[in-house]
Design a protein around this ligand. Sequence first.
Ligand SMILES: Nc1nc2c(ncn2[C@@H]2O[C@H](COP(=O)(O)OP(=O)(O)OP(=O)(O)O)[C@@H](O)[C@H]2O)c(=O)[nH]1
Length: 429
Amino acid sequence: MAEEKKGLFRRFFGGGKPAEPELAPEPEIVSPTPVRAVEPDAEAIAAAAAIEPAPTEILEAIEVETAREPEPSEPQAFEPPAAPAVATPEPVAVAEPAPAPAPRVTGFFSAPAAPAPAPEPAPKQNWFQRLRAGLSRSSSALSDGIVSVFTKRKLDNETLDEFEDVLIQADLGLTTAAAITAALKKGRFDKEIDGDEVRTVLADEVRKVLFPVAKPLVIDPARKPHVILVVGVNGTGKTTTIGKLSAKLRAEGRSVMLAAGDTFRAAAVEQLKIWAQRTGSAIVARAIGADASGLAFDALRDAQAAGTDVLLIDTAGRLQNRTELMAELEKIIRVIKKQDPTAPHSVLLTLDATTGQNALQQVEIFGRVAGVTGLVMTKLDGTARGGILVAIAAKYGLPIHFIGVGEGVDDLEPFSADEFARAIAGIAA
Ligand SMILES: Nc1nc2c(ncn2[C@@H]2O[C@H](COP(=O)(O)OP(=O)(O)OP(=O)(O)O)[C@@H](O)[C@H]2O)c(=O)[nH]1
C-alpha cells in the first residue's frame, strides 16, 4: 500500500522526513546536592496544586515511616548502591476553616451586605465528553474534509481519492486510510452519500484497528512490587502520567512507591514529590545528576523490603536517536534485572500526540531498546494529529493502556477503542 500512495504521501509531507520535534537542550548535570536543597519549581508546583488530594480515608491508611536523610554525596557508579532518601508521605493536612469575617459596621445601619449569590458550578463533563472536547481539533479537521469532499457529490473515484487524502492528512496512516476508503466504496459506488454515513464508516473502521490494542494495564498482585518503568522523549508527559497513575492505583487501595529517576531535572523530582504527597505514595529521590540506574536499584530493593504493590520508575526524557542516552536506558533495565530478573513487569512509553509522524519512530526505537510493553498517548487535546494513534496501532499492534486529554488528574483514562473511534469521527454519543 505504501508503494501505491507514494506520490500522494510526497505531496503531503513534501517528500522529506517528517518534522521532528526540536532537539531538547542537553540537560545540565550539576554537582550533586541533597534533594532537600533543590529549589522547588514554581511551574511544577502550580501544576501539581491542581491535583485533587487523595481521599482522606486513603491517606489515613498510610503507614508513617521515619524519613531517611539523603546521602551527603552521591556515587556515580552503580556498585555499591548507596541508600536513597526515602521520603515517606505525610498525610495531607486538612486546612482549618478560616473564621468567618465579622460584619463590617458602617454607621447606624450596620446590617451586613447580602452575600452575592454563588455562581452555578459548571456541570462536570463525563470522560466521553472530555475526550470529544479534547479530540475536537482532530475530529473537526476530518469533518471539514468530509464536508468539502462529499457535499452534493456522488461517490466516484475522484471523491474517494480526495477522501483518502483527507485521512492521510489526519495522520491515520496509509493502511488505515486505504481500508476506510475501500469500506466506504463497498455498495455505495456511484451513489450519493451524506456526511453522517461517512462518519459511521470511518468510526467502524477505526474501531476495528483499535479494538485489538485497547488493553488495560494489568498489575500482577503476585509481584511485590509490580515494577512499571516509564520511558519516552522529553516532555511527552512521563512524570505527569506517573502522578496520575499513582492516584488511580492508590484509589484502588494499592501501596505505591515512586522512584524519581529523572535525575537530570530538578522540576521533575519536585513534581513527583508533590504527587507522592498528594496521593499518599512513598518516594525515592536523590540529588540532581545522580546515577539513575543506582536509584532504580535502590528503589526496587526498598519496595521489595516494604512489600509495596507497585513501583513506578520515572526516567529522564531522551530523544530516540541519541545512542548514548538510549544505552543509559538499557543500563537501567539491566540493573533492575539484577534485583528482580522478571522486572520491569511493564515498560510504558509515553507519546505526545502533537508530535505526529515522529511518534512512529519513537515506538520503533524505544520498543527495540527498552522492550516497551504498552503505550500511553498524552496531549490528545489541542492537536489535529490525534489520528497518529490509529497509525501506530495499525503498524505496531502494541497495547494502548491510557490516553491523556489534559493536565488534570482526571484527564488520563484507560483507552477505549469504541470511545476513541466515535470521538475522532465526530459522532456525538
Ligand atoms: N495538554 C496536555 N498537557 C499534558 C498532558 N500530559 C502532560 N501534559 C503536560 O506536558 C508537560 C510535560 O509533562 P511532564 O510530565 O513533565 O513530561 P516528562 O515526559 O516527564 O518531561 P521530561 O522529564 O522533560 O522528559 C507538562 O506541562 C504537563 O502538564 C496532556 O494529556 N495534555
